[in-house]
Design a protein around this ligand. Sequence first.
Ligand code: FES
Length: 150
Amino acid sequence: MAVDTIDRIIDEHACETSSLIQILLAIQSEFNWLPQDALKRVGERLKVPMVRIQHIATFYKAFSLVPKGRHQVHVCVGTACHVRGATRVLDSLQDETGIEPGETDLDFKFSLETVNCLGCCALGPVVEVDGKAHGNVTSGHTAKILKQYS
Ligand code: FES
C-alpha cells in the first residue's frame, strides 16, 4: 500500500474526522478495497479508533475488506430476470471468469456478485459491469460483454 496515496487522500479531505466516510470511499475507489494498513493510517491521522473504522467498513456494502477485481460484475437474479433466464446467464459468466458469486479471479480482473434487482426489470436479464447495465443478456452474450473490459 502506498502511504503517500493514503496521505494525499486524507489531505484532500483536510484530515477532517467528519469526512471519514468520504476518505474511505476515496481509498476504496483507488484500490478497489480497503487494505488494513490504509485503515490504520486513517485511524492514526484522524485520531479515530480502529473499532469505529472497522464498523463503518463492514456496515456499508460499498466497502470491501478483501481485494476486488478491476471490474465489478453484478448479475441480477431478481424475479423478472430469473424468469427470463438469469440463471443461465450467471452459469455462463461463472464459466467465462472461473469464479462464483462473491469471488474475485486470480488476475484481479473481475469480481462477481449477484443482486436482487437493478431497477430495470424490463431489460432483464440484466448484467451490470462497473455500473453500466447490459440488458436482454443471454448466455451467448456474456463472452462478448466481458471482452469489452481489460
Ligand atoms: S429483477 Fe432484474 S432488474 Fe429488476
